[in-house]
Design a protein around this ligand. Structure first.
Ligand SMILES: NC(=O)C1=CN([C@@H]2O[C@H](COP(=O)(O)OP(=O)(O)OC[C@H]3O[C@@H](n4cnc5c(N)ncnc54)[C@H](O)[C@@H]3O)[C@@H](O)[C@H]2O)C=CC1
Ligand SMILES: O=C(O)[C@@H]1CCC=N1
Length: 268
């Protein structure tokens, strides 16, 4: 029996497998994965040394934990395909926006163990942020095990299911906004004469350091911002332009749109 099986090893599946392997929580031979894309499957086998299969039913029958790392529109197809192979000891984990615990139970049975999660791609470098919701069929020991898996590639927190759309906006999707920010900052550094490789390093490390300041010091982000803005200095010039150009309101509108999209998927 494999400890964990991934159906789908695209961006998110690969990131989680990479995080689990890096943290050594499971050995490569305790993990199995499947993907319709043969190149991708040989890639994860080659890079991580895990087992692979083309047989979805074999994976479902032989994995104690199954992670459905496919797009939300494939969920029902896969669940219908594997439902007879899911035992009462199997834990089925969703990582997709809009896929509720109930919608999975409706297909595989409400007597089965289902966990809904929302990870993010920084899992690949063990800096993921994940939310986890547990159904009442999952025991305390199983909850702790899943928390341990998700904590192996970053920070993981139990949240109530009603917060999951919000989680998509604030952590599932947010790495994309941050990459856009890094790209923009690096482009301007290049414009001002810095070589591109250095520009990415300077921009990314500044964002990582600032995030670490928020997490490690517990100081309010506004106070941390004020600590950078010298009176009559350079930073307040930039901050004033960001306010003028609607920086915060752009982020607010973008995230509201993301959360709305996630809740629209859920209500379908
Ligand atoms: N990419 C991200 O940052 C995040 C993605 N998610 C969720 O993770 C899930 C996967 O997303 P990505 O990895 O980004 O997508 P992706 O498109 O990179 O990977 C999905 C993989 O599923 C495979 N696939 C499709 N049908 C299949 C089938 N019938 N059997 C086996 N494999 C099949 C595809 O070949 C593909 O490699 C989605 O539900 C997404 O919403 C959640 C959090 C973050
Ligand atoms: O864009 C998406 O739909 C997925 C969910 C969170 C991140 N990527």
């Amino acid at each position: 029996m494999y400890k964990i099986g991934f159906i789908g090893c695209g961006n998110m599946g690969k990131a989680m497998i990479g995080g689990i392997i890096n943290s050594r929580i499971y050995k490569a031979d305790e993990i199995i994965a499947l993907d319709l894309n043969e190149c991708l499957l040989s890639e994860v086998k080659g890079v991580f040394g895990i087992n692979t299969t083309r047989d979805t039913l074999y994976l479902a029958e032989n994995s104690r934990i199954i992670i459905l790392s496919v797009k939300p529109n494939i969920y029902n197809i896969i669940l219908n395909e594997i439902k007879d192979k899911i035992s009462h000891d199997t834990i089925v984990i969703s990582i997709a926006p809009g896929i509720s615990i109930k919608s999975i139970e409706d297909v595989i049975g409400s007597d089965k163990k289902v966990i809904r999660t929302m990870p993010n791609t920084p899992a690949l470098v063990n800096e993921g942020m994940s939310a986890i919701c547990i159904s009442n069929k999952v025991s305390e020991v199983e909850k702790e095990e899943v928390l341990k898996i998700y904590s192996s590639f970053g920070i993981a927190e139990i949240v109530s299911e009603k917060l999951m759309d919000c989680v998509v906006g604030v952590s599932g999707s947010s790495p994309a906004y941050v990459y856009m920010f890094i790209e923009a900052m690096a482009d301007v550094a290049v414009l001002a004469g810095m070589p591109r490789d250095k520009a990415y390093k300077f921009a990314a490390q500044s964002i990582m350091g600032s995030a670490k300041m928020v997490l490690d010091t517990g100081i309010h982000p506004a106070a941390l911002k004020d600590m950078v803005c010298s009176p009559g200095g350079t930073t307040i010039e930039a901050a004033a332009v960001l306010e003028e150009m609607g920086f915060r309101s752009s982020v607010i509108s973008a995230m509201k749109s993301c959360i709305k999209k996630s809740s629209k998927l859920t209500s379908k």
